[in-house]
Ligand binder design. Structure first.
Ligand SMILES: N=C(N)NCCCC(=O)O
Ligand SMILES: [Zn+2]
Ligand SMILES: [Zn+2]
Length: 327
């Protein structure tokens, strides 16, 4: 979008009831309806062949789109209208091979290359957590090694499962091995639950990760946690990967590997709002498995999470545009 064009926003819910018509994220236009170019492209990756327990996250993206019908255009928590500040559009799904993980990973990387190549930032809706690896590869091609903020019950830095390198429990070990992460700014948030052994933590720390457990969030509060994370990240290009199982199963029952004792959706949203000044280059929300959901609890939480992330990106795009116009 050039600076003098007005972004095309969502369908007006006061004219067309929000439950009518096919779902796009937040009722935004499809990418092809805005000439194939957007500032932020929302894209689904219906892939869950990398899971170690309950399958079903392949249906996550569309469940989030359905739940996002109720999002409204003004975000008071960030005092911004994200879809007016920048062109946000729904790029549909990346169609990947469910029977060949390696091929699926390659397909996601190539599709992300194409989308990022248009100048857009990506707001990806998973899919299981395997897809974070090809997304990070693509982002690193554009920005160099990126800072990573990983919200998850799990470390996802394990080595292999049944000999498989690309799974939803291993993307961040692969990413560190490939040198696509800035190892001076890696954090897990929301970590909890049983591990295979203490070595899991030793390995993870060696890779450079800091851990903010879900109990830390509860004890210290969202603002203090966000402050600490912001300091660690600085002005590095940042990728945020959000496994919805970072939330307690009470707040996100619809997921494949639930763990008790997680964050509330309020804590997650507040931490994200506290990161609004970070240079967020792309993000994902993964592991929504609607078959285990009730009353859209999980997909509503995921849709609001994606909304906050989109708002952060839109605000930065608008601010950068203003800056360059002033020059
Ligand atoms: N990324 C998610 N959601 N889960 C990873 C769990 C891996 C395991 O079963 O040990
Ligand atoms: Zn997880
Ligand atoms: Zn995960």
């Amino acid at each position: 979008m050039s600076s003098n064009e007005t972004p095309r926003g969502p369908v007006d819910s006061s004219r067309v009831p929000r439950y009518a018509g096919p779902a796009t994220f937040a009722r935004l236009p499809r990418l092809d309806e805005v000439g194939g170019r957007a500032d932020v492209t929302v894209v689904g990756v219906p892939f869950d062949s990398g899971v170690s327990y309950r399958p079903g996250a392949r249906f996550g993206g569309n469940a989030i789109r359905e739940a996002s019908r109720l999002l409204r255009p003004y975000n008071p928590a960030q005092d911004a209208s994200p879809f007016a500040l920048a062109q946000v559009a729904d790029g549909g799904d990346i169609a990947v091979n469910p029977f060949n993980i390696n091929e699926a990973v390659e397909t996601v990387e190539a599709a992300a290359d194409d989308l990022l190549g248009t100048g857009a930032r990506l707001m990806t809706l998973g899919g299981d957590h395997t897809i974070a690896l090809p997304l990070l590869r693509s982002v690193a091609k554009k920005h160099g090694p990126v800072a990573l903020l990983h919200f998850d019950a799990h470390l996802d830095t394990w080595d292999t499962y049944f000999g498989a390198e690309y799974t939803h429990g291993t993307p961040f070990r692969r990413a560190v091995e490939e040198g696509i992460l800035d190892t001076s700014a890696l954090s897990h948030v929301g970590t909890r639950g049983p591990l295979y052994g203490k070595q899991d933590l030793t390995d993870d720390e060696k890779m450079g990760f800091g851990i903010v457990t879900s109990a830390d969030v509860y004890r210290r509060g969202a603002d203090e946690v966000a402050d600490q994370l912001r300091q660690r990240i600085g002005d590095r290009p940042l990728y945020i990967s959000i496994d919805i199982d970072c939330l307690d199963p009470a707040h996100a029952p619809g997921t494949g590997t639930p763990e008790a004792g997680g964050m509330t959706s309020r804590e997650l949203l507040e931490i994200l709002r506290g990161l609004a000044s970070c240079n967020l280059v792309s993000a994902d929300v993964v592991e929504v498995a609607p078959a285990y959901d009730h009353a859209e609890i999980t997909s509503v939480a995921a849709s609001h999470t994606a909304y906050e992330l989109t708002t952060i990106m839109s605000r930065q795009i608008a601010a950068a545009r203003k800056d360059s116009e002033a020059k």
